[in-house]
Design a protein around this ligand. Structure first.
Ligand code: PGA
Length: 253
């Protein structure tokens, strides 16, 4: 059975003290996550070690970086490499979030490199894809997402794709309060899984966790996660509130 994941994406929010309080509040109220379910916290780089330490001993909870450099160590001021993240025990890295694609010009080609650097350092990508509103409105979202996957992750070997994590985040639903319906999410997740099945076979496709992201909150998580091809969520705004995020964790299948 593939993993069900509630992933928090703090983006560029919270001071260290606020972040530590949030994690402590979540730990004290969160449901126990058994095998096959995980909570992941993508926190700003300076907090990774502290938050990782707070999560030590909490079953199936991990920190994640929100980004990772496309290049290895060297003269790249301001970047954080896969080797650095590996050296502090990073399990996951969010790669290709739409905000990085849009504001930092991360193309599908650059994201291929980022995925490769993560895999070389035993860091599991949480690879984000998803279409802007104009693409949804002209109905070509399946083709659009297909290119994102084909150009950035479909070079991977089958054993690398096994257990891979993808987050489908329609851009028009991020931070807008406008969630895709559970039916829209399921349609796209099914499309993504069939693309993987065509390339890698049913066994690999069935092992890939596909998270939905875009205005997930306590009030809609259960309905969205109940769909057969939705394996949890990548949560921005609502992950900054302990009670909201705990409810979202409880909504995992
Ligand atoms: P949101 O963000 O939950 O605030 O819409 C989701 C994301 O960007 O990962």
């Amino acid at each position: 059975m593939r993993k069900q994941i509630a992933a928090a994406n703090w983006k560029m929010n919270l001071t260290l003290a606020e972040g530590e309080k949030l994690i402590k509040d979540i730990i004290s109220a969160a449901p126990e996550l058994g095998a096959g379910r995980e909570a992941v916290f993508a926190v700003p780089f300076p907090y990774l070690i502290n938050v990782g330490n707070l999560l030590k001993g909490v079953a199936n909870a991990h920190v994640a970086s929100q980004n990772l450099a496309a290049t290895n160590n060297g003269a790249f001021t301001g970047e954080v490499s896969g080797a650095m993240l590996q050296s502090i025990g990073m399990k996951y890295a969010v790669i290709g979030h739409s905000e990085r694609r849009e504001y930092y010009h991360e193309s599908n080609e650059i994201l291929t490199e980022k995925v490769n650097r993560a895999m070389e350092h035993n860091i599991h990508p949480i690879f984000c894809c998803g279409e802007p509103l104009s693409i949804r409105e002209n109905g070509s979202q399946n083709t659009y997402v297909n290119s994102q996957l084909k150009e950035s992750i479909f070079h991977l070997e089958p054993q690398q794709m096994k257990g891979f994590v993808i987050a489908y985040e329609p851009i028009w639903a991020i931070g807008t309060g406008k969630t895709a319906t559970s039916g829209q999410a399921e349609d796209m997740h099914l499309h993504i899984r069939s693309l993987i099945e065509n390339k890698y076979g049913a066994d690999v496709a069935g092992s890939v966790s596909i998270l939905y992201g875009g205005s997930v909150k306590a009030a809609n998580a259960k309905e969205i996660f109940s769909k057969p091809n939705v394996d949890g969520g990548l949560v921005g705004g609502a992950s900054l509130n302990a009670m909201e995020f705990c409810e979202i964790m409880k909504s995992l299948k």
